[in-house]
Design a protein around this ligand. Structure first.
Ligand SMILES: Nc1ncnc2c1ncn2[C@@H]1O[C@H](COP(=O)(O)OP(=O)(O)OP(=O)(O)O)[C@@H](O)[C@H]1O
Length: 367
């Protein structure tokens, strides 16, 4: 750990701001002829820690930058606290943005870097000193105030970048992959520190990431994006448990997406695989072609060979606490997780197996 983490003590200036709502209405944006944001509608609640989650090129950064006022002017409306900021210059929006690259001034000390925005706003010296010291305390960097950026680790530099952003008390905090330059252990530590800081400031925050674990662990809600379109919005567990489509199911964790047909039967609905094997399915499923999403942990090996599916082990992957098997079931490959116990043997490729499906955990989708 390279810093002391955000302080838990009383505020001395870089305090809570009145949280505002971010309301994105039908926002579209093109680079030349390529439309990279396609009619985005999103409402982010005051004080919420929200993530834009999606693969590279899905439009996350472009949307974040549009909120900050960078890049081409989008079509649609972006309301911050009820006020449409589209067309307003970035420096008049009062939003704070932290980038993947910390972009600190190399010739200035940490304290001068943090004071920079206040100097620009001609804040009196005594107040600047008080606010800089409060901001550095919040990110656990007080003792590094007189160092230069080159004398700090990546994690420490990122804390300074955060202090520099929050010191001007922005209305919203926009974080563009702020942890991606840090090593794995530090990322895990920093995300908890970031969460504490966000809660303490109470500031509406958007966090852009392609890392689902990062979004799931710290954000209240996530918007999963692909191809410039919001695919689904919800709490991380909600989106994981009830993905709206196959893309979301596969992007959040590992998923089996089976092709088949939903049939309405007298004893309830069934999802029928091409082989004719039927898996009961919950809910008011629409009849016709569909897909069934099953997580690998919703399938298990039947002990006495009388499970609802039979198949053949293709391969096994050791994941530490789990072994993930690929099992061929009537022409489709199913991933099945089994808890790994020390000393327990491993199923071999070619072995015939019988599977139980916790079908109530399956989710039917029609895309
Ligand atoms: N200045 C630009 N000029 C032209 N195309 C651009 C520009 N900036 C981004 N794009 C394109 O817009 C699309 C969305 O890019 P964006 O950076 O928003 O994606 P992202 O989801 O944030 O991806 P990443 O995680 O890689 O940053 C991509 O296809 C990208 O190539």
């Amino acid at each position: 750990m390279t810093g002391d983490g955000p302080a838990e003590t009383a505020d001395k200036g870089a305090g809570r701001v009145e949280p505002v709502e971010i309301d994105i209405r039908n926002v579209s944006l093109s680079f030349g002829r390529t439309e990279v944001l396609k009619g985005i509608d999103l409402k982010i609640e005051p004080g919420e820690f929200f993530a834009f989650l999606g693969p590279s090129g899905s439009g996350k950064s472009t949307l974040l930058r549009a909120i900050a006022g960078f890049g081409p002017t989008p079509r649609g409306q972006i309301l911050l606290g009820g006020q449409d900021v589209v067309g307003t210059a970035p420096w008049k929006r009062n939003v704070g943005m932290v980038f993947q690259s910390y972009a600190l001034w190399p010739h200035m000390t940490v304290a001068r870097n943090v004071a920079f925005g206040l100097d620009e706003r001609r804040v009196p010296k005594a107040e600047t000193a008080k606010r800089v010291s409060a901001a550095l305390e919040m990110v656990g960097m007080s003792q590094y105030a007189e160092r230069y950026p080159s004398q700090l680790s990546g994690g420490q530099q990122q804390r300074v970048a955060l202090a520099r952003t929050i010191v001007v008390e922005p209305r919203v905090l926009l974080l563009d992959e702020p942890l991606s330059n840090l090593d794995a252990n530090l990322r895990v530590q920093m995300r908890q520190d970031l969460l504490k800081l966000q809660r303490r400031l109470g500031i509406t925050t958007i966090f852009v990431t392609h890392d689902q674990e990062e979004a799931n662990t710290i954000c209240d809600r996530i918007a999963v994006m692909a191809d410039g379109v919001v695919q689904q919005v919800g709490r991380p567990d909600e989106v994981y448990d009830t993905p709206a489509n196959a893309f979301v199911a596969k992007f959040l964790g590992t998923a089996n997406v089976l092709e088949g047909v939903v049939e309405q039967r007298t004893d309830g609905n069934a999802f029928v695989l091409p082989s004719g094997i039927a898996i009961p399915c919950a809910g008011d499923a629409r009849a016709g072609a569909g897909k069934l999403v099953l997580r690998p942990q919703s399938i298990s090996f039947a002990q006495n060979g009388n499970g609802s599916l039979t198949g053949t082990v293709q391969s096994a992957e050791f994941l530490g606490g789990m072994i993930r098997y690929a099992v061929e079931v009537s022409g489709q490959t199913l991933l099945v997780d089994e808890v790994h116990n020390r000393g327990s043997g491993r199923r071999q490729a070619g072995e015939a197996v019988s599977l139980d499906v916790r079908h109530q955990e399956g989710v039917l989708i029609h895309d």
